[in-house]
Design a protein around this ligand. Structure first.
Ligand SMILES: Nc1ncnc2c1ncn2[C@@H]1O[C@H](COP(=O)(O)OP(=O)(O)O)[C@@H](O)[C@H]1O
Ligand SMILES: [Mg+2]
Length: 393
């Protein structure tokens, strides 16, 4: 028997909560966007008007998850008012032809619908019959719409946007929620763009560090066993992912570092697991940056990478002591305090460490040093071998 049953997962309690498909009950820091979307779409229920909205923003800003949360909650709201409302979410990266998008929409009403043999015009008519028969308003979410347009042009989008105009009774039935990273005018031709000019755009801004911290904190509670990560370590993830404002990257770091910690039989996710997870995702090339550095700058870096091992941050005075220890290891006399500061600033400039002024949780203001790009043990090994190759130690 393979020993699989002995491999324990002591960190991640519920992996599904870390998947990108998971839709949390509530989304932090997206109230404004949610409210805006509701005020656009409420007319579909209250006034029987079809609507269109367009969500745009960088990767990991919550566009996809917000569109799903909105549809689920909006359907419930409409049903409470005794209005039929259905929605279908199509990812156009997976379905990038008109036929495959329409198939997915029709499949929502008729699970057994054959996957070939009908033209798009016929499929649009079939869809219309389903909507009429069920007497519902339909919201079609086309996520990553730019991929569909690039691959198959704007015909389907145009047809869907005019869907209601062909209804004899003048009823409005089909609303569109379009999503893409880039603004709509960058990929629509002027003719189609003019049909979309009354589309409401909601811009999703990048998350800042604090917002990412809140998102990650919620996810930790949902997905991890209690007590398996410290706040300080979550802060490190927020710090790293705030470089791009990307919640997706933060959640990925959380998941990968959790798996690493578990494989090492650790009880907790340590800052170094985060650094390894990041190095795994973004392999960082340090050699070319480190080779030109002076011996003493390397010694400062070595000291810091040793001192920071089990921590997220160290203070500059801790770093200076560590620099003295590293100097001793290589039989060098450490340079004066002011020189050490210059080293820190230069290493910061190279992205080998990062300096920031402490916030809450520290008395007074001190400068904190973190090592966001590479596991401290890997870094220490690299610096040591470089110093040895120079004949030191
Ligand atoms: N405000 C938020 N609250 C909770 N989780 C969020 C929030 N924004 C994004 N996420 C999570 O971050 C990840 C990326 O979000 P996603 O909607 O896929 O981003 P986008 O579609 O803009 O690239 C998903 O796992 C999502 O659940
Ligand atoms: Mg998305």
């Amino acid at each position: 028997m393979p020993p699989f049953d002995e491999y324990q997962q002591k960190i991640i309690k519920d992996p599904a909560k870390l998947s990108f498909e998971f839709v949390p009950q509530s989304l932090v820091h997206r109230d404004k966007e949610m409210q805006r979307l509701f005020s656009i779409f409420r007319q579909t229920v209250e006034g029987n008007m079809s609507q269109r909205a367009f969500l745009t923003g960088n990767v990991g800003t919550g566009k996809s998850v917000l569109s799903k949360r909105f549809c689920i909650d909006f359907k419930e709201w409409a049903n409470e008012k005794n209005k039929g409302l259905e929605f279908v979410v199509v990812n156009c990266r997976a379905r990038n032809t008109a036929a495959s998008v329409l198939l997915k929409i029709i499949d929502h009403f008729d699970k057994g619908f054959p996957d070939r043999g009908f033209s798009t015009t016929e499929m649009l008519e079939i869809l219309r019959k389903h909507i009429d028969k069920k007497n519902v308003n339909l919201i079609v979410v086309l996520d990553e719409i730019n991929v569909l347009i690039k691959r198959s042009g704007t015909d389907l989008l145009y047809a869907l946007s005019r869907f209601d105009e062909e209804n004899m009774g003048g009823e409005h039935r089909l609303s569109l929620l379009l999503i893409s990273q880039r603004p709509i005018y960058e990929f629509l031709d002027p003719a189609t763009l003019s049909t979309f000019k009354r589309t409401n755009t909601i811009q999703f801004e990048n998350y800042d560090k604090q917002q990412l911290w809140d998102i990650l904190r919620d996810r930790v509670e949902l997905a991890l066993y209690p007590g398996t990560i410290e706040d300080e370590t979550v802060e490190l993830i927020a710090d790293i992912s705030s470089e791009w404002g990307d919640a997706r990257f933060g959640i990925e770091l959380l998941e990968n570092s959790g798996m690493m910690a578990s494989e090492e039989n650790s009880e907790m996710i340590a800052p170094d697991h985060i650094r390894s997870a990041k190095a795994m995702t973004h392999s960082v090339i340090t050699e070319s940056i480190m080779t030109p550095l002076s011996d003493h700058k390397l010694l400062a870096l070595l000291g810091i990478s040793m001192a920071i091992r089990s921590k997220a941050y160290i203070t500059t005075s801790e770093a200076e002591k560590a620099y003295a220890i590293a100097s001793e290891e290589f039989e060098q006399t450490p340079r004066a305090h002011t020189r050490f500061w210059e080293y820190l600033k230069e290493l910061d400039g190279h992205g080998l460490l990062s300096l920031r002024i402490s916030g809450k949780g520290h008395v007074g203001k001190t400068t904190l040093i973190s090592l966001p790009d590479i596991p401290s043990t890997v870094l220490a090994d690299k610096v040591r071998s470089l110093l040895k190759s120079r004949g030191l130690g």
